[in-house]
Design a protein around this ligand. Structure first.
Ligand code: BGC
Length: 740
């Protein structure tokens, strides 16, 4: 009886020894990490049944898809993304699974990351969140998001990197590299043209090719070609009448054929609408669908996904060739070899103090000082009483907003951050000022603080202004929040102004105390009818775990602000092209981007409208003086380069950092072009009194536009200007040059 067992054991043992001796040579090719990945893909594919292949192309639960257990190929596990690792949900429902070990570090929102204008911060972000994902055994992180900020009403702008394709392109790359160094795929989203939440599942976006290539695609292209993203998520909306998740133009023509993407195209959750298109138009994996006649979450729904049984049936009947499923499975296998089957990937770490510190650093670098007539930083030697007013001072912001909602291990609200920092140095008192949205639950994650307050608006204002009269300094902390219709998925904002009567509260506080600081927490621009009455204004973001700590260190001057706006603050909605031209949010589910290329500062420049705060704007507690920009040559050849140098000096008495911006202007071109476009930026750290030279080197890509007739990038010879600015409107100097 024992003999066969013994024999089997000795066979296994012999096998193990021979593997040991000969490295991996006795392994099947697909398991041999010394073999080229493409050989491994083909080998694994050749061993798979049709059923196993199709099973890989669609979800098996809310966030997972099948591997091939028979071959030891693991399941794929995805997670939101993009600001922290989402808590575990039930297999088949959005509700929390009730784990007690899944509280993450919440990192600052991507608007904050973009506002750092610092690629090192993006690398730190990617590395840290990648480690969190890895520890939680996720191999696909659903982020980062790089949809362009077209309108300040878009409910999801907080998950993206602002209005400028160059800024977003540069910032997205280190994030992806940092994540993927952990053996976790970054899944860049939402490709493409998902620039609003209203009608997101149905709207058909009409945009000319030039605008598509110059404004809406560059960040995705950089993610693919420079970041080498291993996954990309299709968007919900339509383009040229086809849903973006299975779109011939976006996925087959551009992503695969033009850019050479070899990763996995994942659908947005429920973004698949048609089996034939899903088969032929570039999609690899279908997630989150709710299919015909089955309610969302029904346990057998996965078999009925467009890319499940309906796909299998077409393959069985021969109506669809096996080659179609093979194309998808090759991409999915490649993902497995890069992630779950990479035995050398690190182990990750989760909820660590290092990750919280990384989030704090990013937040401190991303907070933007919009205006400062002397109130900031708070001088604790001269301040006895600080009044903090506003719901956002006490409202945790990691919960809500849609799929990016988190269960944070810790979240230091602004009031707590200020109190911790001030300690006994001054009295910190708090008045609510207004009641916004006291609900604080999302998918079962509940907050500890009860935000309900039944007092009337008049009573709340009376209390706040009475206390304000008696304080040395008043810090109003308000803005938007993560509730529906604010900064939240699934809907857009209704207006540019703040809600809940905040404008009125601020105006009354300004009358009561001249030392007023307004801190706006949002992922979007807001109107500021009270701007002239308020001496100091700070823009901060949904900054996650350490949001209060980071804000306090900026307000008290421990950190010197160095963030710059990644999008324009218009005075009013009509100062934005999409709104001025009236096509937002579309008519009968058709929306034409009539403003074309003229998004954000490009519109403000063209129409000569003065923004409330321009793109690239941000102050410091020190001052910087710019020298005159110089070019290393007068003429550049088509395949050459040109360098621009400018000296920047810290002329104040504090150390600080300045983001030096290079814009290029094509003085004469055959097609209309924006007045200027960002083509370089550098954050320089300068000690008090220190001076540094900043150099930008560009080639003709910085001078090119996309010619839709030729379907190619064109740099036209002629006169150009290099413009150095501290923002899109604070122009320091210019130098002309020619392209031969
Ligand atoms: C969102 C995606 C998200 C997915 C999974 C969708 O509703 O649009 O960004 O990753 O849900 O939660």
């Amino acid at each position: 009886m024992l003999k066969p067992v013994k024999t089997l054991f000795s066979i296994l043992l012999a096998g193990a020894i021979s593997v040991n001796l000969a490295g991996q040579s006795n392994l099947p090719v697909y398991l041999n990490e010394n073999k080229p990945i493409e050989e491994r893909v083909e080998d694994a594919l050749s061993r798979m049944t049709l059923e196993e292949k199709v099973a890989m192309c669609h979800a098996q639960s809310k966030f997972s898809s099948a591997g091939v257990p028979r071959l030891g190929i693991p399941e794929n596990w995805a997670t939101d993304g993009p600001h922290g690792i989402r808590p575990e949900v039930l297999w088949d429902e959005w509700d929390q699974a009730g784990w007690t070990n899944d509280s993450c570090v919440a990192f600052p929102a991507l608007t904050c990351l973009a506002a750092t204008w610092n690629k090192d911060m993006s690398a730190l972000y990617g590395k840290s969140i990648g480690e969190e994902a890895r520890y939680r055994n996720k191999n696909i992180l659903l982020g980062p998001g790089v949809n362009i900020y077209r309108t300040p009403l878009n409910g999801r702008n907080f998950e993206y990197m602002g209005e400028d394709p160059f800024l977003a392109s540069k910032m997205v790359v280190p994030y992806i590299q940092g994540v993927q160094a952990n053996g976790v795929a970054a899944c860049v989203k939402h490709y493409a043209l998902n620039n609003q939440e209203i009608d997101r599942h149905t709207v058909n976006v009409n945009v000319d090719d030039r605008t598509l290539y110059e404004i809406y695609l560059p960040a995705f292209k950089a993610a693919v070609q420079e970041g080498n993203a291993w996954a990309i998520m299709g968007a919900y909306n339509r383009y040229k009448g086809q849903w973006a998740c299975h779109n011939q133009y976006l996925l087959n023509d551009i992503l695969r054929d033009e850019w050479g993407f070899d990763g996995v195209v994942v659908s947005d959750w429920g973004g698949v609408n048609n089996t034939m298109q899903a088969i032929y138009n570039g999609l690899d994996m279908e997630f989150g669908s709710w299919t015909d006649g089955l309610s969302e979450g029904a346990s057998n729904a996965y078999d009925n996904y467009y890319l499940a049984n309906p796909f299998l049936k077409l393959l069985y009947s021969g109506e669809v060739k096996v080659e179609e499923v093979d194309k998808k499975v090759r991409n999915i296998l490649r993902l497995a070899f890069r992630t779950t089957m990479n035995t050398k990937r690190p182990w990750g770490s989760f909820g660590t103090p290092e990750h919280a510190a990384a989030g704090r650093k990013i937040a401190e670098e991303g907070i933007v000082l919009l205006k400062n007539n002397g109130v900031l930083p708070v001088d604790l030697n001269k301040t006895k009483k600080i009044l903090v007013v506003g719901e956002n001072a006490i409202k945790p912001m990691t919960v809500g907003g849609g799929s990016s909602s988190l269960k944070a291990k810790n979240e230091i609200a602004p009031l707590d951050g200020i109190m911790n920092r001030v300690g006994k140095q001054a009295d910190v008192i708090y008045a609510r000022g207004y009641v916004g949205d006291p609900t604080s639950e999302y998918n079962g994650v509940k907050l500890k603080r009860d935000l309900h307050d039944s007092r009337s608006a008049a009573e709340l204002i009376e209390e706040a202004t009475r206390l304000a009269k008696d304080a040395d300094i008043v810090i109003f902390i308000g803005g938007l929040n993560k509730s529906d219709g604010q900064d939240s998925e699934g809907n857009d904002r209704k207006e540019l102004n703040l809600s809940y009567g905040q404008d009125n509260v601020i105006a009354e506080l300004a009358k009561a105390n001249k030392n007023l600081v307004v801190v706006n927490i949002s992922g979007n621009a807001i109107a500021m009818p009270w701007i002239n009455e308020v001496p100091s204004i700070v823009q901060t973001w949904y900054n996650g775990t350490e949001s209060g700590t980071a804000l306090a260190s900026i307000l008290m001057g421990d950190a010197n602000p160095s963030g710059k706006l990644p999008f324009t603050f218009p005075v009013k909605l009509d100062d934005n092209g999409a709104h001025k031209l009236g096509d937002y949010p579309g008519v009968d589910k058709e929306e034409t981007y009539k403003e074309g290329l003229f998004v954000g500062y490009r519109w403000a420049d063209k129409e000569n409208v003065k923004p409330l705060f321009p793109f690239g704007h941000g102050l410091s507690y020190t001052t910087f003086e710019y020298g005159k920009v110089a070019a290393d040559k007068k003429e550049m050849t088509a395949d050459g380069k040109i360098s621009f140098t400018v000296n920047v000096k810290n002329t104040g008495n504090r150390d600080g950092a300045e983001v030096v911006q290079l814009y290029i202007s094509d003085l004469k071109s055959s097609l209309p072009r924006p007045v200027k476009e960002l083509k370089g930026f550098e954050k320089v750290t300068l000690k008090a009194g220190e001076e540094k030279t900043v150099t930008f080197t560009v080639d003709k890509t910085a001078l090119s536009y996309f010619d839709d007739k030729k379907h190619d990038w064109v740099a036209e010879s002629g006169d150009f200007e290099a413009i150095i600015g501290a923002s899109a409107t604070d122009i320091k100097s210019k130098v002309g040059f020619k392209l031969k």
